[in-house]
Design a protein around this ligand. Structure first.
Ligand code: AHM
Ligand code: MG
Length: 332
């Protein structure tokens, strides 16, 4: 049930405004930017709900910068975000996992300019089979002293101002943090509004569940193989397993129920498959704010990795604090 304050439901817009009161550095313009993201995700949710009824299944026919087949819905989601953010005067630069380069929307003329980066439709290979997909976003300040979009966006995750995701699942939920806890909103299709349904979420400290594409086991480094062997050994961890193949869905389950998600280096992706800027940084910010841990290349904290390029990838180990500590006894 939605959480009520003074007998009233709390919408996402109201929540952001209340958060801003606690952050003198966050100006009113920030909620205007966030409303661009919520509008786009409501549009995407509407398309996802009608998949199969309208022509959004299947490949669009091209290959993106990541070398993956572009789905029709990837394009729709990417365009929706670019259009809604394009109208927000305080969004200086946008960068999408689907596009080759970041795009400058406005030149920086104040210290109230932001960079928005997003994975418009995460897990899009699941769309044709009615499995959950998501949108991941992160927001940085647009530093006036740096010239050039590529240089401006190459910031470590610790600089994130806000981050989150929308999961188009059995219901549509939006989870976000701006460094003051993690909050969840559920889209009420009748009102067309995101209503607060979980406040100050905390990830359980440990759970006996791992999430990994285990079909690649023999292509993982031996340390990961040993950890996974221990995890399922009834004399070891005695874990169960869940894997959706949409990062947002796999992560959301861990946020709510605890456990660990791993995307190790593989023979095909020796540096990891998941994208540092569009996927790992935003989820790491959410995980840490909920009391969890996120480690990337070299076992380092994801949010301290220095990006060399906007499409950098990293291995990822993310989840409950004690699960990650346990895993690092094998991986460290
Ligand atoms: P996408 O952003 O192109 O959809 O790719 C990322 C997805 C993640 O959602 C998911 O965790 C991963 O790829 C699954 O990869 P695999 O099929 O190798 O298990
Ligand atoms: Mg993705």
């Amino acid at each position: 049930m939605p959480i009520k304050r003074d007998g009233e439901f709390v919408t996402f817009g109201q929540h952001i405004q209340q958060q801003q009161q606690n952050f003198p550095q966050a100006k009113g313009q920030f909620s205007w930017l966030m409303s661009g993201i919520t509008l786009a995700t409501k549009m995407i949710a509407a398309y996802v709900r009608r998949a199969g009824l309208i022509d959004v299944w299947g490949d669009e026919g091209s290959v993106n910068v990541q070398g993956e087949a572009v789905k029709k819905l990837d394009i729709i989601a990417n365009d929706a975000l670019k259009r809604t953010l394009g109208y927000r005067g305080n969004v200086g630069i946008i960068a999408s996992e689907e596009d080759n380069e970041p795009r400058v929307l406005q030149d920086v003329d104040s210290d109230d300019s932001y960079i928005v980066m997003f994975d418009p439709l995460d897990g899009s290979s699941n769309i044709d089979v009615n499995v959950s997909v998501g949108t991941i976003f992160t927001i940085f300040r647009n530093p006036p002293e740096i010239e050039g979009a590529e240089k401006s966006v190459l910031q470590p995750g610790i600089n994130q101002v806000a981050a989150g995701y929308v999961l188009y699942g059995s219901s549509t939920v939006l989870v976000y943090t701006c460094g003051n806890g993690v909050h969840q909103f559920t889209l009420d299709p009748q009102f067309g509004a995101y209503l607060l349904t979980r406040e100050d979420m905390k990830m359980p400290e440990h759970a006996g569940v791992y999430s990994v594409n285990e079909a690649y086991l023999h292509r993982f480094p031996p340390s990961y193989q040993r950890y996974l062997e221990w995890s399922k050994d009834p004399e070891g961890g005695g874990f169960s397993s869940r894997y959706v193949g949409s990062l947002v869905a796999d992560f959301h389950r861990i946020l709510v129920k605890g456990g660990i998600f791993l995307y190790p280096p593989t023979a095909a992706h020796s540096g990891g498959k998941l994208r540092l800027m569009y996927e790992c940084n935003p989820l790491a910010f959410v995980a840490e704010q909920a009391g969890g841990v996120a480690l990337g290349a070299g076992g380092k904290r994801v949010m301290e990795l220095e990006p060399q390029g906007i499409h950098d990838r990293t291995p990822l180990v993310i989840g409950s604090r004690k699960n990650v500590d346990e895993a690092m006894r094998f991986l460290g």
